[in-house]
Design a binder for this molecule. Structure first.
Ligand code: LER
Ligand code: MN
Length: 278
């Protein structure tokens, strides 16, 4: 079985090299595709399409710029008590869906960021009780995600719910939660994306989390426990790959590392080869 490999271009935003040079390097290293970062209001999609086609490297999807990864990111909260914030976030996802379609991608990750004060909880020592999360999901997330799924379906785009860790958001932090929401939505273009960095914090077993997601798992984000490329720290990627093989996973393994300017090409090559060696 040969996996397909991608990498998030959001990881290169602090790298002082032109996109063309980065794509040339990634192509030589054996990446099959890239994930474009979701800043639809800022990017020249026509020019981007020309560049991707000229390097013959497809865009598999869009990485939503959730959380504080960009100056607008803090406003992208699908769970908010402020209806204007929810409306802004819904429009953001719709713009990313159109962008994904224009770039020929098929998936976008949804992360359920929320207002800091949406619920009072001690994120350093605790988690929000499951029943409280469930009630909030029913009232807010499910109706919003249902609307967005129907919108995405018209563009042939998959919405993939990505569980994060408690320090990003208390809502949807495990594969169990993501699978439960996807099953309640019951939309064939709504699935799950699992990210090893977040699973390393929240899951009892990464392999079991993957098994639980069988049938809904449409994309993977790979990064080590410190968000470096796999193999630089101590996540047991042999267990991760074993779990993916057990569920006959045949979609992309998409690396989502933090990269630094010096020697980014060494890291992207070393990390890919480390996983390929599995
Ligand atoms: C997004 O893929 C992710 O992993 C989160 O950390 C939000 O940026
Ligand atoms: Mn991720």
């Amino acid at each position: 079985m040969r996996f397909k490999y991608s990498i998030t271009l959001s990881s290169f935003r602090n790298i002082g090299e032109p996109l063309e040079k980065i794509l040339e390097t990634l192509g030589h290293q054996g990446y099959d595709a890239v994930e474009m970062f979701g800043e639809p209001y800022k990017l020249d999609l026509k020019r981007l399409n020309e560049i991707f086609h000229s390097f013959n490297i497809p865009v598999c999807g869009i990485t939503g710029m959730w959380g504080s990864v960009s100056e607008e990111g803090w406003k992208r909260r699908l769970l908010s008590l402020n209806t204007n914030i929810v409306a802004y976030s819904v429009e953001y996802v719709k713009s990313c869906i159109k962008m994904c379609h224009l770039l020929g991608g098929y998936e976008i990750n949804l992360c359920l960021f929320a207002d800091d004060k949406f619920v009072e909880f001690d994120r350093n020592h605790g988690v929000v009780p499951e029943d409280q999360k469930e009630r909030i999901m029913q009232k807010t997330a499910i109706p919003t995600l249902s609307k967005l799924s129907k919108f995405a379906k018209d563009y042939g785009i998959q919405l993939l719910l990505e569980p994060l860790n408690r320090y990003s958001t208390p809502f949807c932090t495990t594969a169990t939660e993501a699978v439960s929401i996807a099953n309640q939505l019951n939309q064939d273009n709504f699935g799950v994306l699992l990210d090893t960095f977040h699973m390393n914090i929240e899951e009892d077993s990464i392999e079991h989390a993957i098994m639980k997601s069988r049938g809904l798992l449409r994309h993977m984000h790979f990064a080590d426990n410190n968000r470096k490329m796999p193999g630089y720290a101590h996540i047991n990627f042999r267990e991760v790959v074993k779990g993916l093989k057990k569920v006959d996973y045949n979609q992309y393994i998409s690396f989502e590392p933090n990269l630094t300017d010096e020697g980014y090409a060494v890291a992207t090559k070393k990390g890919l080869e480390f996983i390929r060696s599995m």
